[in-house]
Design a protein around this ligand. Structure first.
Ligand SMILES: [Zn+2]
Length: 309
């Protein structure tokens, strides 16, 4: 579906429930079909009239997760579902949730892939457009940075640099050229991660009340606490790519370009999108059929994000 020149939506409505990372409470989530050219809309069924389009301009807090804000109300932790829409090539959908955040599920996008595949994905007659990067954009915060550069495919790379024994022992860098098969095989199962002392601190402030080994990889000062360890050697870097894919899909189109992140997170992702949109010469919105699928191969060349950062 990712490679199609046409827009897609869900075939059927589908519902699931899960725990909210912040509240620790059970949250009900329904995904539903939506008309062509309507994009992704989040509706809070617990607040009369709350509906917000997925867009970089609507992003509110980016602490711990990306949230969309309308007035004083918001819906948080949208990035793993947004990444799933991007990866599976869903252009238009209605997301209904009865709380201020999406359920965290297992901390990855895998349960959302299962939901969308169970609902079915339907082609729509409308032509799909993509956002193509034409000139480099860079955002930086201390030693964290993201570069966005022209490329004929949708390439995401990320490098991690934590002074922690677990990170020194596992692959700190990952890169993918995005399509549906790659998303399902390489990206969707990568879980979010955190440190035990930070989780304890947050829970003392009534934050991350739903956080547990069921929905995150958690480390103490020396090791991973989850039984069974990681799902992949590069699970940490792959999860950061999952987050970046989801955040970038707020643009409302597949991003055709090369994203290289180093130590960056949701806040810098959002700043990147805002800078891109503020530079009309740096991008073009074009029909997907104008993007040659071919040069994707060139994009496979490893590209260490940390060089020349
Ligand atoms: Zn995440």
């Amino acid at each position: 579906m990712f490679e199609s020149n046409h827009q897609h939506t869900l075939k059927n409505r589908i519902s699931a429930s899960g725990i909210g990372l912040h509240s620790g409470k059970t949250i009900n989530l329904t995904l539903a079909p939506a008309p062509a050219n309507s994009g992704i809309t989040f509706v809070r069924t617990d607040i009369n009239g709350f509906a917000v389009a997925a867009s970089p301009q609507h992003v509110g807090s980016t602490v711990l997760a990306t949230s969309l804000q309308v007035g004083v109300d918001s819906v948080a932790t949208i990035e793993h579902l947004m990444a799933t829409f991007a990866g599976l090539g869903v252009d238009n959908a209605l997301v209904e949730v009865d709380a201020a955040e999406l359920p965290i599920m297992d901390g990855s996008a895998s349960p959302f892939v299962f939901m969308l595949e169970s609902a079915g994905i339907a082609e729509q007659p409308a032509t799909r457009q993509v956002i193509r990067v034409l000139a480099p954009i860079q955002v930086r915060d201390g030693d964290a940075f993201i570069r966005l550069e022209p490329c004929d495919a949708s390439v995401f790379s990320y490098s991690i640099d934590y002074d922690h024994p677990v990170f020194k022992a596992h692959a700190p860098i990952a890169q993918v050229t995005l399509n549906s098969a790659v998303f399902k095989k390489e990206i969707c199962r990568a879980r979010t991660f955190g440190f035990l002392d930070e989780v304890e601190k947050m829970q003392a402030m009534n934050l991350a009340m739903g956080g547990s080994l069921e929905n995150a990889v958690v480390m103490d000062r020396s090791k991973i606490l989850n039984q069974g360890g990681l799902r992949a050697e590069d699970e940490f870097a792959k999860h950061k790519i999952l987050d970046a894919i989801g955040d970038c899909y707020l643009l409302g189109h597949q991003l055709i370009g090369r994203f290289s992140g180093h130590k960056s997170g949701h806040r810098l992702n959002n700043e990147l999108l805002r800078q891109l949109l503020a530079a009309p010469d740096a991008y073009a919105i074009v029909d997907r059929c104008e993007v040659s699928p071919m040069s994707a191969q060139k994009a496979q060349k490893p590209h260490p994000a940390s060089v020349n950062g």
